[in-house]
Design a protein around this ligand. Sequence first.
Ligand SMILES: Cc1cc2nc3c(=O)[nH]c(=O)nc-3n(C[C@H](O)[C@H](O)[C@H](O)COP(=O)(O)OP(=O)(O)OC[C@H]3O[C@@H](n4cnc5c(N)ncnc54)[C@H](O)[C@@H]3O)c2cc1C
Length: 492
Amino acid sequence: MKKAVVCGAGIGGLATALHLKAGGADVRVFEKNDYAGGKMGIFKKSGYRFDTGPSLLTMPHVLRDFFRSLGRNMEDYIEIEKLEISCRYFWEDGTVLNWYSDHERLNDEISDVFGNDEAEGFRKAMNYGKLFYELSNDAFLEGEFKLRNFVSAQGLKNAGKFISGRSMNDVSNKFFRNPKLKQLWNRFATYNGSSPYLSPQFFSIIPYTEHLYGPWYVKGGIYRIAEALVELCTETGIEISFSHRLKHSDSRGSVISSLTFETPGGESTVSDFDTAVLNFTSMQETASDSYFKNDDWSSSGFIMFAGMKSSNEALTHHNIFFSQNYENEFLDIFERQRNPADMTVYVSISSKSDSQHAPPGCENWFMLVNVPSLYSGFEWNSESTKEYSNRIFDKLNSFTYVFDNSVLNSAEFAETFTPLDFVRVYGSEYGSIYGLSSNSLYTLMKRPKNRSAKFSNLYFCGGNSHPGGGVPLVFLSGRITAGLILGNQRTA
Ligand SMILES: Cc1cc2nc3c(=O)[nH]c(=O)nc-3n(C[C@H](O)[C@H](O)[C@H](O)COP(=O)(O)OP(=O)(O)OC[C@H]3O[C@@H](n4cnc5c(N)ncnc54)[C@H](O)[C@@H]3O)c2cc1C
């Protein structure tokens, strides 16, 4: 029987552990925090409840397939519901657009707000995204990334499309005339922490898949997924050792021979395993030699968890308040490496769907702004954190037709979470949300594969490795990694 050790109880590590267990392996999980879920965490204060990371679920079939592959029904663990509006978009000049999940309704909305030609452009853009979705599925989403997948007549044709040099923004320019609709399409590049002006056009799969499979909410909050994974571990006999931070690994030749953990009681060393899986890529000694030499890390986030004393009827569950100059915002983040002066603010309010997430008449606002990773050298301290929080409140207040200058007065509290916290809590590289950026095909190729090139018994899973970040892809990475270890990974 294979003996595997999984380090990191994020959803990637837990999914891998559960697949391994289902495949007959003996699995143990070690996690540095005292809770499971990693970025998919939970924060509670004064009667308010917040999800700390992901808020929107897409491609729910991936999750359903995951439960099915373990012989379970997803519905016995979590309840999901489709959102009528994926996101409400606001611009300072008073333009508002509802991104409806119903296709006809969204078409009509785009026609009403931006005109018929733009609605036609939208249909064409979606078809373009579909093309890349089909290519990605074949090439790497369902299996290990292999260059040989492209070595065939069709493969070469596909590769040509992938490496055409067009960016997400080029796709926007191709299909839309209205700058606001371009900005909206470009926003999807931020789903993997990249710049739409740099990241390759095939990320058009992101708006396409969200449109195809819909935006979903997990009743009770998305943290329910992490809780369900822990329940599954308990049911299947996988032990999770919390407060165990992997500190050091020893190797014998090309084999990882032991792992040393920092624990509340001191240190403990584990060596009775034949396979090690890391649900993070931030340990220098286990990373490939060139990994940390990269300088293009995905964006980090500046988060505020605010308890709002009143309810704002103009808002829905997911809201975006756009900056005035999107290109400048991304130049700030990725080129000038500074916090954007004019920022786009995402406000997610789960109490719109789950009233018990906030006291009666109140709302739980999760506010997220994209900021550079700590590679920028920016110093987050109490002063810069306060200053940036105020700038975000000022930004929201500039949408006078929505807030009437009332945002700050309505906040009972606003707890902040900076890029430094991303390092402290999740061990993220430079506080980046997704590890290396997806700003170029070069950095995409540098993303850690699921099987280490350095050690024969070391594997990686999760959002910073193949096939990438976001809840569904992280579940897929768990399946791919476990498949490689168990020897039943399909060769795409
Ligand atoms: C603010 C934010 C918003 C997001 N929004 C969405 C969204 O709406 N939809 C979506 O699909 N995705 C979203 N994502 C992305 C998604 O949350 C992540 O891709 C996913 O949760 C990553 O899971 P993971 O298991 O790969 O990594 P992590 O969650 O980072 O898990 C890694 C685990 O390893 C542990 N660890 C690290 N170092 C050590 C060590 N030395 N020893 C032991 N354990 C260690 C960490 O504590 C952690 O538990 C969002 C992410 C963030 C941060």
